[in-house]
Design a protein around this ligand. Structure first.
Ligand code: SF4
Length: 133
């Protein structure tokens, strides 16, 4: 369960899934810049919050995610990664995030096997999530 001090930082509306129940749908908005994301993280710290939850869309599509997690850690903030889990199947990806300071990596399961793939509209999504786990 999330703490009331958690703050959600939506890094991107982009996603590598196309879930049937997604609330984002076809929305297309430019990603927040690295420098603006850092300004918000600093603002969270100044407001006395203790956690930032990186989310999206799919926040692991961001090339600067490791950098932003490290920045949150440098501000002494706990960093959660809220993900559909597919990119954790890439070698060392989750390890890099943990080394950068991520305190929690959450993964969404939409069902088991074909049900997950059906819901995500991606034929290999479940296998990738399991590999990442
Ligand atoms: S993983 Fe999340 S953001 Fe991506 S399509 Fe599914 S519900 Fe939407």
């Amino acid at each position: 369960m999330r703490d009331p001090n958690d703050t959600i930082l939506l890094l991107s509306l982009r996603c590598n899934n196309n879930c049937r129940m997604c609330a984002i749908g076809d929305e297309s908005i430019k990603d927040i810049s690295t420098s603006d994301a850092k300004k918000l993280i600093l603002d969270f710290k100044k407001r006395g919050l203790d956690t930032v939850c990186f989310t999206g869309g799919e926040c692991t599509l961001r090339k600067d995610l490791e950098e932003l997690v490290g920045y949150a850690k440098a501000q002494d903030l706990k960093a959660y990664i809220d993900s559909n889990g597919r990119n954790y199947s890439s070698s060392n990806f989750s390890e890099k995030l943990l080394k950068a300071g991520a305190t929690d990596l959450s993964i969404t399961f939409l069902g088991v096997g074909k049900v997950h793939n059906y819901m995500a509209r991606r034929p290999h999504a479940y296998a990738e999530v399991i590999k990442g786990v």
